[in-house]
Design a binder for this molecule. Sequence first.
Ligand code: WQD
Length: 340
Amino acid sequence: MKATVLVSGGAGFIGSHVTVELANAGYNVLVADNMSNCDMTNYEGVCRILGYKPEFVQMDFCDPAACRSLFETHKIDAVIHFAAYKAVGESCSEPLMYYRNNLLSFINILEQSKLQGGCNVLFSSSATVYGETDKLPVTEQSPRQEATSPYGNTKQMCEDILRDSVKAYPGIKGIALRYFNPIGAHPSALIGELPRGVPNNLVPFITQTAIGKRECLSVFGNDYPTPDGTCLRDYIDIVDLAKAHVCAVSRMIDEKMKQSYEIFNIGTGRPVSVLELINSFEKVNNLKLNWKFAPRRSGDVVAIWADPTLAEKELGWKAERSVDDTLKAAWEWEKHIAGK
Ligand code: WQD
């Protein structure tokens, strides 16, 4: 009997790529999403890639009755929780919306996991929990800094809620994956990033500038203490990231965990600057990008990248795609959604 994995927020950018890789690995995937932050483009793309429609339930995990009904009508062997708001800036202007949505949705899922006698729960965390640190690369033992946004705080709080639930409720096992900077798109160009409105993140802003949807890319700051003056990040290909989730789910379902709550950095271990990313995008896609230097963006950390050795050792996972490959796929996706 195939194990069933519930992917909350499964119609989103990361959730849709994880759905594809889980299905490719032989899992039965249940996609649930309230569609508040995306449309059906990615789910439809998943169906085209797979050649069939994974079960889809439109629901809000903040609704305890809907959450209970989902768990009572399905045998769920593992949950991957993506359903959350994720705009750093918006979280500063709407903290209550972020705390309610991001915490309550996860608490409801854990409540149901507890009521059904336990479940494997994988939480979508973020390197943002490390904040600004000069001890690089960061390992899973690197201290979490005080969050610089309510969004980042919800990531730290959900990690702690999962940790404490694992301790208190028998049968609940938990893994938190701390992503660095997810970028790119599926090589089929049928699923990818679909930010609503003006993109906050670098790569969708780059591809939208290249396609003509945005006039000019602003590079936020060129006077940082880095080799070329721009910020350094660990950009992780979205398909590599999705495969890390398959490794983590299998570790839980196949009972290979060493502790009941585990944390893994999911990054490449390779710091890349904003200018290096722009140059790579122009080179692999043979185009010239319209960009200019602009003042620093408040809240940006100078540099952060992962020590990914624990995930390699324990999950048997390592990033495989180059930044060039990833940026080529990102451009193909942008052209696909522009109908080109
Ligand atoms: C990367 C670099 C910017 C846009 C955030 C969240 C993190 C995760 C990933 C959700 C920075 C520069 C950006 C632009 C620019 N999100 N930049 N011009 O801020 O590292 O991480 O997204 O899980 O939790 O914190 O990613 O892509 O916004 O920025 O120069 O138009 O690109 O200053 O140096 P960030 P980002």
